[in-house]
Design a protein around this ligand. Structure first.
Ligand code: PLP
Length: 370
């Protein structure tokens, strides 16, 4: 949820300072100042100049801009590499670019734990032709982490650029990731206690990018349209809090996640933690339960006031098999009994106790009915 400190930072931009930051009159000046301060604060965290931060409306927009912006701005052969477990905001753009004839595409598979083979990445790179590699920091369904610093050195040695969708890294791994040698990062504020409708991309000057939205030339010409000052100040404040809180918030979050996993494993027959053999972020617990469907479990949990999804929030409405689990080669009897339990820095021990009390009998009831 929105952190009250983030809301406090946003309020003046929604009330007394309502001017357009692009206006030179006195109504616009304080707004422009607030937007600039937010841009500088974000840039400092990434070791960039303020002009190297592009504020957008979502991570989806950032992912689209990163892939389409780089690929269409490249000269010569254009080869793009990504992975089979990316969010659709990356995978669908990659496939669209390929089908529009704008690039050739390699989609790397993962192993049973959701991990990537760095050798496979090395082999897939075509030096000179591979212009961009887009690999997420942490998977949004399983929390599995990819070794981005190692990936960055492989990609850069081959002269290509690296884009990292960092939506599931921020606030969920230690804050040093902002200094990894990555060319383009994507973020979405609502994933770290900021407002919905506010995202950003890091866009260092050495990366040639074509804009997708043209017009008034805002955001260094990379994203025209009047800025969203409250959203910009909100994402900046949320970023500050997420990075500053990580050191003290992550160890208890990971411990609660592990206690939840152990408690569920002990009580629910046939429950397996997905990606258990891989490094994972601190907040995501993805499990499969043999021989049950997720939907009745989700409905019963919801009645108890516990909000859980079956994979990603966007595909859980349809409850279709997840492309991530398919890529991991999960057996068919497990691909439908999936639950993703997410923690935040606000999750308490009492929340964990309650899930441990409520979830096992629900699974039992659903099994008995089935
Ligand atoms: N990338 C990842 C890894 C995500 O988890 C999400 C959303 O869940 C997105 C991109 C898209 O974010 P948004 O819906 O804010 O555009």
């Amino acid at each position: 949820r929105l952190d009250p400190e983030v809301l406090d930072a946003m309020m003046p931009l929604l009330t007394e300072h309502f001017g357009n930051p692009g206006s030179s009159h006195s109504g616009g000046r304080p707004v422009a100042k607030a937007v600039h301060a937010a841009r500088r604060a974000v840039a400092d965290r990434f070791g960039l100049e303020p002009s190297e931060i592009v504020f957008l409306a979502s991570a989806t927009e950032a992912d689209n801009l990163a892939l389409r912006g780089v690929i269409t701005a490249c000269e010569g052969p254009r080869h793009l590499i990504t992975t089979a477990v990316e969010h659709p905001a990356v995978l669908d753009v990659a496939r669209a670019l390929e089908s529009e004839g704008l690039c050739s595409l390699t989609v790397l598979g993962v192993d049973r734990d959701g991990q990537l083979s760095l050798d496979a990445l090395r082999k897939a790179i075509r030096p000179g032709d591979t212009k961009l590699v887009s690999i997420m920091g942490a998977n949004n369904e399983t929390g599995v982490l990819f070794p981005i610093p190692e990936i960055a050195s492989i990609v850069h040695d081959a002269g290509a650029l690296l884009h990292v969708d960092a939506v599931q890294l921020i606030g969920k791994v230690p804050p040093e990731w902002t200094r990894w040698p990555v060319d383009l990062f994507s973020l979405s504020a609502h994933k770290f206690h900021g407002p919905k409708g506010s995202g950003l991309m890091t866009a260092p000057k050495h990366v040639k990018l074509n804009p997708m939205v043209v017009g008034g030339g805002q955001e260094r010409g990379l994203r025209s349209g009047t800025e969203n000052p409250a959203g910009i100040v909100g994402i900046s404040k949320a970023l500050e809090l997420a990075l500053d809180h990580s050191a003290e918030a992550l160890p208890p979050m990971a411990a609660r996640r592990d206690r939840l996993a152990e408690g569920l494993r002990a009580q629910v027959e046939g429950l397996v933690v997905t990606g258990a053999g891989a490094a994972r972020n601190a907040n995501t617990l993805h499990v499969t339960i043999a021989g049950v469907e997720a939907e009745p479990i989700l409905v019963n949990l919801d009645r108890e006031g516990i909000a859980v999804s079956a994979g990603s929030a966007c595909s859980s409405g349809a409850l279709k098999a997840s492309h991530v689990l398919e890529a991991m080669g999960l057996p068919k009897d497990r691909i439908h009994g999936v639950l993703r339990l997410s923690l935040s820095r606000e999750t308490t021990d009492a929340d964990i106790d309650r899930v441990l009390e409520v979830l096992p009998p629900i699974v039992q009831r659903v099994r008995n009915l089935g």
